[in-house]
Design a protein around this ligand. Structure first.
Ligand SMILES: [Ca+2]
Length: 308
């Protein structure tokens, strides 16, 4: 069984990614050791509330939840993403508030260190948020990075790495905390998998399929359907649950990843394009596996089979 920690900024696609992992745990494929929360899509307070709400709906409040970074490492004036609404889940109203007494006292970065260093090479880290918590863990404990089994990151964009083309918007997770992205990537030595923004644009699952075929057959999916109907209204007709794509890739890489590319990469730290993933030809960066495409039909099948 693969042991995982999920680092999240829930966020509608983090929400779905957690559902995939809960389903995989039910199948005996993974054990979720903890969920650590960071700011990004919304404030970390909302991320914690959204996470606990989801665990209550799915009756999995046994999973330890930790609150982490409320700001990026350096960018104190950094704006949150408001694509997901102010509260991260489209600002719905609820009958009751989640019971936050289940949230552990330890800071997420401390919890990450304790879990990973005490279980060397056992735990896979699934990074679905800006990398602030992970960078802090790396800085706090010299054994942390080398004790990880592997690291799966949704974030970054890299295709246009030609200098002349560098003036492009940087993917949100990496642009929100570029210093954290730099620290994380430059500190890891092996088994790093990145699903960049470009790969999230490849699948072409229509919103019609999302709403009419997948729909909201469980209470957790019903809430997500309500959220996504609001968030996607003026966005695009194609569903783009970025974090769920990397969750899916992780769960069965051989079957679920259609195309990957082994490269050497760094994170740009200059003011222009800060946070952009840069492919290095002269091997000065970190060897990473870029997940370029996932199997769309298997992804849809997986979701249709979910009972969480
Ligand atoms: Ca996320």
């Amino acid at each position: 069984m693969r042991r995982v920690i999920l680092d999240v900024d829930v966020g509608c696609d983090d929400y779905l990614a957690i559902l995939l992992f809960l389903h995989a745990e039910k199948l005996g494929l993974v054990k979720i050791e903890a969920i650590t929360c960071a700011s990004g899509n919304t404030s970390v307070d909302h991320v914690v509330r959204n996470t606990v709400r989801l665990l209550e709906i799915t009756q999995r409040t046994d999973i330890p939840v930790f609150q982490g970074a409320h700001k990026p490492l350096l960018k104190h004036d950094q704006e949150l993403s408001y694509f997901h609404g102010k509260d991260g889940l489209a600002d719905l109203t609820y009958d009751k508030e989640p019971d936050l007494s289940i949230v552990r006292r330890e800071h997420a970065a401390e919890a990450l260190v304790n879990l990973v260093v005490n279980n060397p090479k056992e735990i896979s880290l699934i990074c679905l948020a800006p990398l602030t918590n992970i960078a802090r863990s790396i800085k706090n404990n010299e054994k942390f990075a080398s004790s990880l089994k592997d690291v799966w990151i949704m974030g970054g964009n890299y295709t246009k790495n030609d200098e002349k083309l560098l003036d492009i918007p940087v993917e949100f997770n990496f642009s929100y905390d570029p210093e954290a992205a730099y620290i994380v990537l430059s500190s890891l030595s092996n088994s790093v998998f990145i699903l960049p923004w470009e790969a999230t644009l490849k699948p072409s699952i229509s919103l019609d399929w999302r709403y009419d075929i997948l729909g909201g057959k469980t209470p957790a999916l019903k809430l997500l359907t309500d959220v996504e109907k609001i968030l996607y209204k003026d966005y695009r007709p194609i569903w783009q649950p970025c974090d769920a794509f990397i969750a899916f890739a992780f769960l069965d890489p051989e079957k679920h990843i259609v195309k990957l590319n082994k490269v050497n990469a760094t994170v740009v730290t200059d003011n222009k394009n800060k946070g952009l993933l840069k492919i290095e030809q002269n091997k000065i960066g970190t060897d990473v596996v870029i997940i370029e495409d996932i199997h769309e039909e298997y992804f849809k099948d997986f979701l249709l089979n979910m009972s969480i």
